[in-house]
Design a protein around this ligand. Structure first.
Ligand SMILES: NC(=O)c1ccc[n+]([C@@H]2O[C@H](COP(=O)([O-])OP(=O)(O)OC[C@H]3O[C@@H](n4cnc5c(N)ncnc54)[C@H](O)[C@@H]3O)[C@@H](O)[C@H]2O)c1
Length: 445
């Protein structure tokens, strides 16, 4: 099939590449000339595991092409995917200007029947708005389909190639048949394509992300309570996760959710509920808990240093909002950096992939280390902010000898408490016992 993908960010580029991989002819279009030039020269503008191989293969076999010219991109495309940003506007609602702007431009250019598919996360009613805009500017026949994307950065290629499910919202029979054909190679193992109406499909995406964010905030509150009552959140997690009705996944406590999706999607769902005069009380709490949770690690650090960290030097391991991505949008690390700097601290950070993006934002207000151990040299404490695999089993002897004081504040609960006792660290994680010198002499059981 001939496909156009409008917007080549994390979603658009993965979508375009993975659609080319099953034999489709894909033209990706983006307004960012620098990005398009990079891709035309065979360079990936983002870090996403597994993408590079498919990207190069499909460019080489001439199934995947890039342009800044929308007219060229859509000319022969039967299906046009919109993978455009939907950032929050001032009041938290999703800003639809990218999507509606592109819809208008497509309408003006289209010369035959097209299926326009919204992959961006958009509020209920957007398909109707896109339809209205297109109708205003063309006499051609078309269908607007909602097809929310559920891929996760870090495992996006796998998620696209083997999705748990594909959700397609359309009431147009011709569009339904085309999308069923397009997605057939991705659902061969019986994972379903779930067809529904456009509105239900649009809401499905927000419901999914908001539910996951709720799980995170819930576990973070359990963790906070664990600290007060002397329980261990890891034990509680295992205890509840083995109940099939709850499930094992997404029950890890930490320093709050970030990324380009959860914060904005929870906010947008709350806002659209407001617009329908419905107070979505749970979502208000989810957001409030998350905002507080992002502050927790710095509070722990302040308490340890008697509220004075001026001139202290902190090593940060991890900057990305989660491992296996270079994406730092809404990453807890950004807030922690800001707070530590405001309190007069010095920061040396290491992240396997996200440092260039942080450098663009924060510049030389912090120091960037060449590796995780260099970051530790003479640091007053280590703060762990992203659970990259490489931080899971470090050389603790080296960590211990490089740190000025042997203090670790772990926002991701990476280490075994007994191990921390054995190495004699002060170790403060989330929802678990604090390991102190007392623990090291045997008070921790
Ligand atoms: N990132 C994720 O993990 C993820 C997952 C599921 C859904 N989504 C949703 O998908 C959408 C896209 O997210 P993303 O993370 O890929 O965004 P992104 O910011 O990484 O990419 C958006 C791209 O669109 C381009 N663009 C902007 N205006 C354009 C225009 N008029 N024409 C062509 N290109 C244009 C930008 O230059 C950029 O390359 C959002 O609605 C997001 O909520 C994201």
């Amino acid at each position: 099939m001939k496909i156009a993908v409008v917007g080549t960010g994390y979603v658009g580029l993965v979508t375009g590449t993975c659609l080319a991989e099953t034999g489709n002819q894909v033209m990706c279009v983006d307004v960012n000339e620098k990005k398009v030039k990079m891709m035309q020269e065979g360079q990936l503008p983002i870090y996403e595991p597994g993408l590079e191989l498919l990207f190069h293969r499909n460019i080489k076999q001439n199934r995947l092409n890039f342009t800044t010219d929308l007219a060229v991109a859509i000319e022969s495309a039967q299906i046009i995917f919109l993978a455009l940003p939907t950032p929050p506007n001032g009041d938290g609602a999703a800003d639809l200007s990218f999507v509606l702007g592109a819809a208008k431009n497509i309408a003006v250019l289209m010369k035959q029947y097209k299926v326009i598919v919204t992959k961006s996360t958009v509020p209920v009613g957007t398909a109707d708005k896109v339809t209205a805009v297109i109708k205003q500017h063309t006499k051609q026949e078309f269908a607007v389909v909602s097809n929310p994307e559920f891929l996760r950065e870090g495992v996006a290629v796998d998620d696209f190639m083997k999705p748990d499910r594909v959700v397609v919202g359309t009431t147009d029979e011709r569009a339904r048949r085309l999308l069923a054909e397009l997605y057939a190679p991705y659902v061969r193992q019986g994972n379903p394509i779930i067809f529904m109406d456009e509105r239900s499909s649009e809401l499905t995406k927000y419901a999914a992300n908001s539910f996951l964010a709720t799980k995170i905030s819930f576990m973070n509150e359990i963790a906070n309570l664990c600290e007060l009552v002397g329980a261990d959140v890891d034990m509680v997690r295992r205890g509840i996760g083995s109940d099939d009705r709850i499930g094992k996944r997404f029950l890890f406590s930490g320093i709050g959710y970030g990324g380009s999706c959860f914060p904005k999607d929870v906010q947008a769902l709350a806002k659209s509920s407001d617009e329908h005069h419905y107070k979505f009380k749970i979502l208000e709490s989810v957001m409030e808990v998350n905002a507080l949770q992002k502050k927790i690690l710095v509070e722990k650090v302040l308490k340890y240093f008697n509220n004075d960290i001026k001139g202290k030097r902190f090593a940060l391991w991890g900057l990305a909002f989660k491992p296996e991505t270079d994406d730092i949008r809404e990453a807890p690390a950004l807030q922690i950096i800001k707070e530590l700097l405001n309190l007069g601290a010095k920061i040396v950070a290491f992240d396997p992939e996200a440092m260039p993006n942080v450098k663009e934002l924060v510049g030389d207000k912090i120091v960037y280390a060449n590796d995780q151990y260099e970051a530790l040299e003479n640091a007053d404490a280590l703060l762990i902010l992203t659970e990259w695999s490489v931080f899971r089993t470090p050389d603790f002897e080296q960590v211990s000898s490089l740190l000025k004081s042997k203090a670790i504040f772990d926002g991701r609960n990476l280490y075994d408490l007994q191990k921390m006792i054995d190495y004699g660290f002060y170790y403060n994680s989330i929802g678990r016992k604090v390991i102190t010198e007392y623990a090291a002499v045997g008070l921790y059981q």
